[in-house]
Design a protein around this ligand. Sequence first.
Ligand SMILES: Nc1nc2c(ncn2[C@@H]2O[C@H](COP(=O)(O)OP(=O)(O)OP(=O)(O)O)[C@@H](O)[C@H]2O)c(=O)[nH]1
Ligand SMILES: [Mg+2]
Length: 196
Amino acid sequence: MYHLLKGLHEHLTRKEEFSVIIIGLDGAGKTTLLEKIKTLYNETPGLTPDRIGPTVGQNTGTITLPSTILQFWDLGGQRGIRNIWHRYYNDCHAVVYVIDAEDRERLSEGWEVFDGVLSHPQILGLPLLLVANKQDSPQSLSVDEIRHDYEDWYQRKMESARRTRYNPGESTTDLLAMRRERIASLDVMGVSAIEG
Ligand SMILES: Nc1nc2c(ncn2[C@@H]2O[C@H](COP(=O)(O)OP(=O)(O)OP(=O)(O)O)[C@@H](O)[C@H]2O)c(=O)[nH]1
Ligand SMILES: [Mg+2]
């Protein structure tokens, strides 16, 4: 009887576990964000910004919420490391893409890489959050400006594809439609990883 009740209790109080990947260009603030999340939600604080260097490979962290356990995978964003991201796409439950809203010069590069991420069909079915980081900086673009900048970039890309008479096959057209839908319902959140 004890084991039965214990099993029932464990079943009812079991927390669901989800894996979340955090990706984006190098310097966007992914590690700063994850370490701040650890500090805010765990008893053991995460690293302070002065102790964070570029991520070579991955950095992980887990937080426990009332009904859920979230396992984060913060992946290095340097050009040479981005080609490992796709290995995480099949097993993750959600994606956070971090943009440095302060660095206007690298926004296009950020969208180019974001677009590459969206070209993986597994990603299109997952919850996806675009984080406009560094909102503490007066030079940062706001959430609306970031959204418009991406939409403008995407329009320009589509126009240039039309000009070069790019003619996608049927399955590509389906993917493009899925991608358009995904972009239309994209959640954009302004944050300051430094300030939490
Ligand atoms: N002002 C400001 N600076 C930030 C913020 N978040 C990160 N930074 C700074 O941005 C720089 C890069 O931060 P990281 O967290 O190392 O960036 P990353 O995205 O993990 O970079 P990689 O590991 O190379 O992919 C550091 O100097 C951070 O202190 C923020 O919210 N506001
Ligand atoms: Mg990092």
